[in-house]
Design a protein around this ligand. Structure first.
Ligand code: PMP
Length: 304
């Protein structure tokens, strides 16, 4: 990771190397943090923050789900992010916002630990590698189940949830795969360790419903919007492992992962075992939209 000059910390811009927290930070011990990420893409009119407001709104909702009152409004976070991205000097970057319980009393109750917020930005290329974007990745159905509605609030993007993602991702990598696919407690498809899932079957795009515990991805919604523009039928519903193996095409979506094709699951080729035409069309449409080449999606962009 190449540091940029400054990080925004609870209302102040501080040098990258000085953006530190105390070791007795509540969030570090008990996972009481929520975060969100967005990407900035170069467009003909300048750098554009994609779905900027939606990401801060999801951060606000994640905080609300876990009873954290954010000391900054969405408008204030939007302003701070714009200033940070403008001053970092990059035309394309990744922005990470985190809100967490700071240091107060030690103990599970977070109430006396103040909520701190930080925003950082840095350059970040293709999450699963450049090669993955054309060739596709090899995924494994994880032995770990996605966190559920009975134990967590899976709709929140919370730091603690990522131990589940880490278990799945590490298992997949150690077995020689690129990424994991997690099932829910009923054995139905949920999502990747940091991505939503889309299957293509007989020309229809299928994605697991959020009842599976999948995060309500902003890229997932963007793909549903693109599918409408491309006249691709879509269905959001419970999906089985069998449907995964029988898919004609499969791809994952995320702010970091963008639209990443999956060519193989558990050693079984998906469709032809190469990136399929629907995946490629969605990838191209997404790329055009985020780079400001398709005016139908100008509302996705906060151009600086
Ligand atoms: N699921 C998980 C578990 C994630 O971490 C992410 C990345 N934020 C996603 C799905 C995709 O969400 P988004 O498209 O909003 O980045």
């Amino acid at each position: 990771m190449q540091p940029t000059e400054q990080i925004w910390m609870s209302g102040r811009f501080v040098p990258w190397a000085e953006a530190n927290v105390h070791v007795l930070t509540h969030g570090l011990h008990y996972g009481t943090g929520v975060f969100d990420s967005l990407r900035v893409y170069a467009t003909p009119s300048g750098p554009a923050l994609v779905h900027h407001r939606s990401h801060h709104e999801r951060l606000r909702d994640s905080a609300k789900l876990y009873g954290m009152e954010l000391p900054f409004s969405v408008d204030e976070l939007v302003d701070a992010t714009r200033t940070l991205v403008r001053t970092c000097g990059l035309s394309e970057s990744y922005v990470r916002t985190i809100a967490f319980r700071g240091s107060g009393a030690m103990g599970v109750s977070p109430r006396s630990s103040p909520v701190e917020v930080a925003i950082a930005t840095w350059g970040w290329g293709a999450y699963l590698g450049e090669d993955a974007m054309t060739r596709g990745i090899r995924a494994k159905v994880s032995s770990w189940r996605r966190i559920g509605h009975g134990t967590h609030l899976p709709g929140a993007k919370a730091t603690a949830h990522y131990l589940n993602s880490v278990l799945a991702r590490v298992e997949a990598e150690e077995l020689g795969f690129d990424e994991a696919i997690l099932l829910d407690d009923d054995g139905l498809l949920a999502e990747g360790s940091g991505e939503n899932l889309f299957l293509v079957r007989d020309g229809t795009l299928l994605t697991p419903s959020l009842a599976s515990g999948a995060l309500g991805g902003i890229t997932r919604l963007a793909v549903l919007e693109l599918a409408a523009a491309l006249s691709i039928p879509v269905a959001e519903r419970p999906l089985t492992r069998g449907e995964l193996y029988l898919a004609d095409e499969l791809f994952m979506t995320g702010t970091a992962a963008e639209i990443t094709p999956v060519r193989e699951v558990d050693g079984r080729p998906i469709g032809s075992g190469a990136r399929g035409p629907v995946t490629q069309a969605v990838q191209q449409a997404y790329d055009d939209a985020v780079h400001g080449r398709d005016s139908r999606f100008a509302h996705w962009l906060d151009v600086l």
